[in-house]
Each structure stands twice: as structure tokens, then as C-alpha cells.
Design a protein around this ligand. Structure first.
Ligand code: 7TS
Length: 404
């Protein structure tokens, strides 16, 4: 049995108060809280192991390198990649996508080519592609979506042409909670020989992701959204693809030999990892993934599904409640507006009640424009949230609604 109170005891921050009220943390889509196991691993490494990786013959450097590389294996197993050569450590989803947009752009995008993104992407899966398109004279094309917040795959079929260089799509929308049929999208793109990047920032914390099953060519996620530290993330890429792409940044680690005339590059994955990596963060990320493994992703999914369904049911009872995003496949993210109460007012007043939600455009301005709204209030749930917290949220919204 999943014991949420036992889980909560691993997260010291959850027992603090804000404005004299117990904290109700429902901003997990932005970042998750960290269990002791993760924070203690970082403290322990800085106190007892710290040394730069991959370059020292001395004991500490060997030990830090071993922890760092063991973490790569934990990540590989977690997403079921074939090889650790396919696991590139980055600073997060954003850097992963910038890396790919740059390297893929250099390798294979020419004037008149096209990049396909979806209507519900986070800015970090739009802007890097747009920047690359501007450099290369290429065009950004968009998979449209329905009013319910589901992508229109029949329209995607039309968008995939001999000019398409890559399709980039989020697995779970950070605003609508839509779970996109990325496996189907991958199949459609592969039928035409086009690679696919899946943005896993909002899926990795909530569901089993399996690179062999999805068969996507690239996959990006952030450590801090899956109970790990900030400043570390992953770009997965199929080895054959990564071999074809040029490095993103130059510096230490990514080279084999350097002369003033010419530099040769290191093998995978180091070719894409210039400079000292955040080896303390990679080690702590592995601790976070192990934490999730120990709880069992299927248990986490079941807990979050029950919580989300309960929240949807309770929220819908509120007069004037408008849930934004009614996809059939829905993850632990609920966006809403109530009557004509501005999302910022709602967020600010909920905060005074100790409830942390996110408000605004959620770094998805094109999606807001598509929906014809400026922003939403967003509650996003995680493995440590409870039905009691949902009740506090619902009561809070009711109080605020009556005030207006
Ligand atoms: N992609 C998606 C789908 C996201 O939700 C986010 C962050 C990112 C990419 C970028 O991740 P980063 O770790 O590199 O910043 N989303 C949010 C959010 O919804 N609220 O704050 C950050």
C-alpha cells in the first residue's frame, strides 16, 4: 500500500508553514520538492568526496567519477535507453533542446527546410527551434489542436513532407495536462524518415517512460522536476543520431586532441559535455530516480491518478469553474479560471492561505493565444500531495469566489 504520510516525512519542507498556515504545495509542474535522500547525498558528496571528474588519478577524483558515471547508468535504466553513450548530462530540458536545435541545425538544416512543433509547447521547445530556423532560413510549422486540448494528428500527416527535418512535441502539456500520443507521432514521422524529439519535462515525474517502446530519436527532461536537484537534466539521443551531430559547446572534456590547427572530438557522450559537469547534481539525480524506483512508478501513477480525478471532481462543483484542457488522456496538471476573477488575483489570494499554485501563461504564450486567454491558475500534483490538500484548495477557491 502506498503510504503518502510516510512519503511526506521524507520531504522536510512539506511540514513548514507560510503566513502561519500549513504549506500546501501545488506547484510541482514548476519544480518538485526534494527528499532527504537527495539533499543528504549532495551534502555527503561535498563534505566527503568532492573532486573534479574524469581528470584526476587521485582517489577522490576516481570516486567522484565513479559516482558520476554510475548515475549515468541509473538514468539509462530509468528511461530504458540502450546505452549510456546515449545519455548526455545537461543543465536541464532547456539546455537539452538548445543543444539539439544547434547541433541538428548545423548538421542538416538548410534554407527552405521545416521544423514541426506542436501548438502546446513550452517556450523552451519553441524558441531554440525558431532561433535555429532564423539562422538557417528554415520555417517553423505547428501541429494544431482542438478546443479540448488534443493534437490533431490528421493535420500532422499533412505537415510531414520531404522538407521536414524534425518533429518536436511534448509528452505532457505543462498547462493542459494533456498526455499526447507521442508513440503514434513517432510512428507517423518515422514512416517518412523524420526524427522526433519528445519533451519529457512533465512526463518523467509521472509515468514510466521507455525509449525502446516510444522509439523517439531524442528525449529531454529536467532533474528538478523529478525530485532531483536544479541545474541538471538529460538529453537522450539514439547513438546513430548523436554520432552524426557536431558538438554544441567547445572546451574541456569534449575533445580527443587539440592543436591550434585542428581539434578532434571525444567519443559519446562526452562529445556533448564540454566543461566540468555538475557531478554532485548528477549523483543526486540518481538518488532521486532511485527514490522514485523504490516507491514504484506504478504506485506513484495510481496515487496521482486518484488525486487528479478527485481534484477534477471537487473543482467542478465550484460555481463559475472553467477547467482549461479537457483531453481524454490527462495527467496531474489542472489549469482553471473561476468566473471573471483574474488568475493573478486568485493565485495571490490562494498564496495567503498557504496554497502555492502557479498563475500566468506558464511559458506557453502561443497556447494562451490559441485558447484566447491571458493565463490560468494551475494546480499540479505530485507523489506527496493528499486529498486533504485538494480540499484546502477547493475551500480556498470558494472563499475567494465569495469575496468577489
Ligand atoms: N518543457 C516543459 C513541458 C516544461 O513544462 C518546462 C518547464 C520546460 C520544458 C523547461 O524546463 P527547465 O527545467 O529547463 O526550465 N515548465 C515549467 C512550468 O510549467 N512552470 O515552471 C516551469
Amino acid at each position: 500500500m502506498y503510504n503518502v504520510n510516510k512519503v511526506r516525512a521524507d520531504f522536510p519542507i512539506l511540514s513548514r508553514e507560510v503566513y502561519g498556515k500549513p504549506l500546501v504545495y501545488l506547484d510541482n509542474g514548476a519544480t518538485t520538492q526534494k527528499p532527504r535522500q537527495v539533499v543528504e547525498a549532495m551534502v555527503d558528496e561535498y563534505y566527503n568526496v568532492n573532486a573534479n571528474v574524469h581528470r584526476g588519478v587521485h582517489f577522490l577524483s576516481q570516486q567522484a567519477t565513479d559516482l558520476h558515471e554510475a548515475s549515468r547508468e541509473v538514468v539509462r535504466a530509468f528511461i530504458h535507453a540502450r546505452s549510456t553513450n546515449e545519455i548526455i548530462f545537461t543543465r536541464g530540458t532547456t539546455e537539452s533542446i538548445n543543444l539539439l536545435a544547434f547541433s541538428l541545425g548545423e548538421a542538416m538544416v538548410k534554407e527552405g527546410d521545416e521544423v514541426v512543433v506542436s501548438a502546446m509547447e513550452h517556450h523552451s521547445n519553441i524558441v531554440p527551434w525558431q532561433m535555429m530556423c532564423e539562422r538557417k532560413g528554415a520555417l517553423l510549422r505547428v501541429i494544431p489542436m482542438t478546443d479540448e486540448g488534443e493534437l490533431q494528428l490528421d493535420a500532422l500527416e499533412e505537415l510531414l513532407t520531404e522538407r521536414t527535418r524534425i518533429v518536436c512535441c511534448t509528452q505532457v502539456s505543462n498547462v493542459l495536462g494533456t498526455v499526447n500520443p507521442v508513440k503514434e507521432i513517432v510512428r507517423m514521422a518515422h514512416d517518412k524518415g523524420i526524427p522526433v524529439l519528445v519533451d519529457g519535462a512533465q512526463s518523467v515525474p509521472h509515468m514510466q517512460v521507455d525509449m525502446q517502446d516510444l522509439d523517439c530519436d531524442f528525449f529531454a527532461f529536467s532533474g528538478h522536476k523529478v525530485y532531483g536537484p536544479t541545474g541538471v537534466g538529460v538529453l537522450y539521443g539514439k547513438e546513430a543520431w548523436l554520432e552524426k551531430l557536431p558538438p554544441y559547446q567547445g572546451g574541456g572534456e569534449m575533445i580527443k586532441n587539440v592543436t591550434f590547427q585542428k581539434t578532434t572530438y571525444n567519443a559519446l557522450p562526452y562529445k556533448f559535455e564540454a566543461g566540468t559537469p555538475d557531478y554532485v547534481a548528477t549523483h543526486a539525480l540518481a538518488k532521486a530516480l532511485n527514490y522514485v524506483n523504490d516507491l514504484g512508478m506504478e504506485n506513484i501513477e495510481a496515487h496521482e491518478r486518484e488525486l487528479t480525478l478527485y481534484a477534477l471532481e471537487q473543482l467542478q462543483r465550484i460555481e463559475g469553474m472553467r477547467i482549461i484542457g479537457r483531453a481524454r488522456q490527462h495527467d496531474a496538471v489542472i489549469s482553471f479560471l473561476v468566473g471573471d476573477i483574474h488568475h493573478l488575483d486568485m493565485g495571490t489570494l490562494l498564496d495567503r492561505l498557504g496554497i502555492a499554485v502557479r498563475t500566468g501563461h506558464h511559458c506557453a504564450e502561443p497556447l494562451m493565444r490559441r485558447l484566447g486567454i491571458e493565463g490560468t491558475v494551475r494546480a499540479s500534483f505530485s507523489l506527496y500531495n493528499t486529498k486533504e490538500e485538494v480540499d484546502v484548495l477547493v475551500d480556498g477557491i470558494e472563499r475567494i469566489r465569495k469575496m468577489f
